[in-house]
Design a protein around this ligand. Sequence first.
Ligand code: OAD
Ligand code: ZN
Length: 256
Amino acid sequence: MSDQDNLLDQAKDLAARAERVAVLSGAGISAESGLPTFRTSQSGLWEQFDPETLATPQAWEKDHQMVWAWYLWRNSLVRDVAPNEAHKALGDWEKYAHVAVTTQNVDDLHERGGSTAVQHVHGTLFNFICSRCRKQYPEQVELPTEEVLRAEPPACPHCGSPIRPDIVWFGEQLPKEPWNNGVIAAQTCDIYLVVGTSAVVQPAATLPRIAQQSGAKVIEINPKRTPESSLCDVSLRMSATEALPILLEARAATRL
Ligand code: OAD
Ligand code: ZN
């Protein structure tokens, strides 16, 4: 039996017994739906730009039309893809256990995969707020019919400033309620699944430690090693769509 087989058996055993499951997901879980991860290169017009410099208040200050166009593009990418077997496994898991998802992803693939308790700690692509008065933008946002490098965001109906995506940029505070719920989920789960995240961006990367300190077993699912790998209880070198259906199956089988 290889080490990985042995680790998968350990993970299945933990999943089979868990009444409360908490998940921290990152871009890797959506990669198999066809969305680029944060630290791989982008496609088309955006190939030459680094997401880590676009997702910043500084980029917005310098060229808000470019940042707006980038988010419109990402928004249309998400609309064109579907949830994959990993998102769906987490949705189906709710039939067998309490499942709380905390995601760093700004897409809506967890919700479309059937998860009902999803905390977006980095915001979502589908909410918009005023860049100045922070009020929610109540209208639908039109997507351009072709890729563009610049677009003018709509004006806030209250103060006339440009609206922006309700997304956490580098250096900005995380939204309080999703974060608090993510901490509570970590403190109260039996197993904590860290799926498809490079586990380098704080404070999200502290959640698995909170879970562990509260007595949960941490299982990582990632084809590559991350800073989390040596800290967690079981680290599976598998893709999300391979591993999550197997763990769900282990849980479903114990109820029969
Ligand atoms: P990254 O792009 O940093 O990491 C994606 C991780 O997914 C990598 O560790 C990959 O090895 C892994 N991965 C790739 N394909 C996978 C698959 N099929 N199954 C499982 N894992 C896979 O993305 P995040 O960790 O989400 O924050 O990045 C975290 C945050 O960094 C983002 O939310 C964003 C960025 O700064 C903000 O915008 C505030
Ligand atoms: Zn305003």
